[in-house]
Ligand binder design. Structure first.
Ligand SMILES: NC(=O)c1ccc[n+]([C@@H]2O[C@H](COP(=O)([O-])OP(=O)(O)OC[C@H]3O[C@@H](n4cnc5c(N)ncnc54)[C@H](O)[C@@H]3O)[C@@H](O)[C@H]2O)c1
Ligand SMILES: O=C(O)C[C@H](O)C(=O)O
Length: 335
């Protein structure tokens, strides 16, 4: 028997990621077996049939933890009393598009949703933005929710983090469970910096292990020329191979993000895009990816890491893109 009940709102619930997320959340994968859930599914009118169909299937699944499902196209109703909001609904990138192309198309969605969160969310609300460009969409939503602490608005870079783990596990032939302290810095875009400087595999330095496997020069080349670009461009690779953007891996990452935020991290740090406090030269207030731990339901940036010149240059490059995005949405009157 569950001890608590949480209201979880999913926007774009009739879309691909939404369809994947709903059943896993209802099964307890995100908040655990002690928390019953009330699901609120937000769609635009054109997406309502998809969300309504998913709601019928949720009913047919008889999930023990699922207490209620409400499908609506009204943001105020969708965010009323929300504890966890997954902002997925927006237009996905197609082949050949960069995330910047989505700024204007999707930016307009997140202001009204921020306002609705401000108006009706529970005092402990936690928001994760999945819809791209995720970091800047989180910034827009937060700017429209002045009564909600900015620390409650986050964006998903856990998918990039998990992709980095997948690549390293394959290169070192180790299970992902043996990998720790990989970091994704910056924007959820091709400028992101997947960083293994502090990462370990089975307790040993990852760079050292790669040198043993490949030789020192080849390991450096692999990191710079294969690992970093492959992780940073994996979204585009998936679009090219599948013909549409990632779905199940994105839903998995969103569930991982919320689970760790609510229940805490163990075994080192993870990556999440959270509001900057000025750490590592990232301007205050930007939503940027950092190495983070979670304790007591709050993310904290891992402090005091040594950052060499190469890494700082890569972090600065991605952060410069976030600054440009902030300027662009400011010029569009979105913040
Ligand atoms: N951050 C990440 O790691 C990551 C990973 C994969 C995809 N994404 C992004 O997630 C988003 C959704 O992807 P998808 O594959 O589910 O797309 P999709 O087109 O299948 O679904 C999007 C849904 O959002 C709905 N929608 C649009 N505007 C809305 C609004 N204002 N309110 C509520 N719903 C709205 C649409 O009707 C549609 O049903 C895209 O922006 C995609 O680029 C992010
Ligand atoms: O890259 C995209 O447009 C989709 C998503 O953000 C991804 O990383 O898979």
């Amino acid at each position: 028997m569950a001890n608590t009940v949480a209201t979880v709102t999913i926007t774009g619930a009739g879309g691909q990621i939404g369809y994947n997320l709903l059943f896993r959340i209802a099964a307890g994968e995100m908040l655990g077996p002690d928390t019953a859930v009330r699901l609120k599914l937000l769609e635009i009118p054109q997406g309502m049939r998809g969300a309504e169909g998913a709601a019928l299937e949720l009913q047919d699944s008889a999930f023990p933890l699922l207490q209620a499902v409400d499908v609506t196209d009204d943001p105020r109703r969708a965010f009323d009393g929300v504890n966890v909001a997954l902002l997925v609904g927006s237009r996905p990138r197609g082949p050949g598009m960069e995330r910047g192309d989505l700024l204007a198309a999707n930016g307009g969605i997140f202001g009204p949703q921020g306002e609705a969160i401000n108006a009706g969310a529970a005092s402990d609300v936690r928001v994760v933005v999945v819809g791209n460009p995720a970091n800047t969409n989180a910034l827009i939503a937060s700017a429209h929710a002045p009564d909600v602490p900015a620390s409650r608005f986050t964006a998903l870079t856990r998918l990039d983090h998990n992709r980095a783990l997948g690549q390293l596990a394959a290169a070192l032939t180790v299970p992902v469970t043996q990998l720790r302290d990989v970091t994704i810095w910056g924007n959820h875009s091709a400028t992101q910096f997947p960083d293994v400087a502090h990462a370990t595999a089975a307790g040993r330095d990852v760079a050292e292990r790669l040198s043993e496997e490949m030789g020192a020069d080849a390991a450096q080349r692999w990191l710079a020329e294969e690992f970093i670009p492959r992780v940073a461009r994996r979204g585009a690779e998936i679009i090219e191979v599948r013909g549409s953007s990632s779905v199940a891996s994105a839903a998995t990452a969103a569930i991982d993000h919320v689970r760790d935020w609510v229940h805490g991290t163990t075994d080192g740090w993870t990556s999440a895009a959270i509001v900057s406090d000025g750490s590592y030269g990232v301007p205050d207030g930007l939503v940027s990816s950092f190495p983070v731990t979670s304790e007591g339901g709050e993310w904290a940036i891992v402090s005091g890491l040594s950052i060499d010149a190469f890494a700082q240059e890569r972090i600065d490059r991605s952060v410069a893109e976030l600054v440009e995005e902030r300027e662009a949405v400011s010029a569009l009157g979105l913040i």
